[in-house]
Write a protein that binds this ligand. Structure first.
Ligand SMILES: Cc1cc2nc3c(=O)[nH]c(=O)nc-3n(C[C@H](O)[C@H](O)[C@H](O)COP(=O)(O)OP(=O)(O)OC[C@H]3O[C@@H](n4cnc5c(N)ncnc54)[C@H](O)[C@@H]3O)c2cc1C
Length: 300
């Protein structure tokens, strides 16, 4: 298998990722899928416009897809990816628990994040100290005091990354919901964790000057990284050199074969842009799965 842990690795276990897994695994290549079912946009929603099923709920749909993908040999790793990089003839995926997995083809199916903090100062100070991307902007905060806000893997790993740049790193979290390994790394590090609280307001006239927390604390910081959820297209795909759309700079550009501009990297589902529909996600997932399988067979 060319030294790969899995020939195809899929980031995202929503409808797009599951369909990609079903088609790739049926084409007899080894497949692993990462991500959390409960974090799919369709989890908890009702669906009535997906062909052949009538009314159903997202959880039922996802469970069925997972069982199907498993039956064809897909390995499920229920954790987030925090870093992706290229190596000689493939890609390396670093997970929340610290594993490094090598593969010949990557399928990006991480969906989209619709989350904002929705607090005073967030919109006004965007680009003036407020950022949604540690990997893109950490370097601008060398030797400064910064805060990261979030409960999941992007916040935990983002805070650790910022330690390499900033003088002081605060993590504001209601409760850190990450793997034991990542929680341990954060707790053992110099990151100052403010648990059981949240941001009430981002202060500053022309740039970020501080944060007011719900517990009444005031933090003097010049940067606030809002990292709600897991890392998405901008942080994981753009870092690999995968092109994003020139208008919004948030969706992945893929061709009719769901191939991106980086050979061996495919994308499917909401991450490729609207319409945000399960039917589109599974259609693109099918193509991405087949194309990724064909790609890695050529590497054998
Ligand atoms: C309230 C609501 C109702 C909806 N109703 C309908 C409907 O009736 N009909 C319809 O067709 N569509 C509906 N949609 C849209 C539908 O949910 C999406 O189009 C569909 O889920 C997209 O699938 P996806 O696989 O691209 O992304 P998602 O389903 O969002 O899955 C993304 C996956 O990526 C994973 N992930 C994210 N980041 C990482 C990371 N760093 N590492 C590893 N994994 C990661 C997540 O854990 C998740 O498993 C609705 C959406 C919402 C929010």
């Amino acid at each position: 298998m060319g030294g790969f842990d899995y020939e195809v690795i899929i980031l995202g276990s929503g409808p797009a990722g599951l369909q990609a897994a079903i088609h790739a695994a049926r084409a007899k290549v080894s497949v692993a899928i990462l991500g959390r079912e409960a974090k799919s946009s369709i989890s908890g929603a009702h669906v009535e416009n997906f062909c052949c099923l009538g009314k159903t709920d997202g959880g039922t749909l996802l469970d069925a897809g997972r069982n199907q993908a498993k039956s064809f040999g897909t390995v499920f790793l229920d954790e987030d990816v925090i870093e992706t990089s290229r190596d000689d003839n493939g890609f390396v995926v670093k997970t929340e628990s610290g594993s490094e997995l090598r593969c010949g083809a990557l399928i990006l199916a991480m969906g989209i994040s619709r989350k904002k903090l929705k607090v005073p100062g967030e919109k006004e100070l965007l680009g003036k100290g407020v950022s949604y991307c540690v990997d893109c902007d950490a370097n601008f905060f060398r030797n400064e005091k910064v805060a990261v806000v979030g409960d999941e893997s992007a916040a935990g790993s983002g805070a650790l990354t910022l330690l390499m740049y900033a003088d002081e790193v605060h993590l504001i979290t209601r409760s850190l919901n990450v793997t034991d390994e990542l929680a341990y790394q954060v707790n053992e590090s110099a990151v100052m964790v403010h648990q059981d609280t949240w941001v009430k307001e981002i202060e500053g006239q022309h740039k970020v000057e501080g944060l007011v927390l719900e517990n009444g604390e005031r933090l003097c910081v010049s940067g606030v990284f809002i990292e709600l959820g897991a890392k998405g297209a901008i942080e994981l795909a753009a870092k690999l050199g995968v092109a994003l759309d020139s208008e919004n700079f948030e969706y992945i550009v893929a061709d009719k074969k769901q191939a991106t501009n980086v050979p061996g990297v495919f994308a499917a589902g909401d991450i490729c842009g609207p319409p945000w529909q399960v039917a589109k996600a599974v259609g693109e997932g099918c193509v991405a799965g087949l194309e990724a399988a064909a790609w890695v067979k050529k590497l054998r």
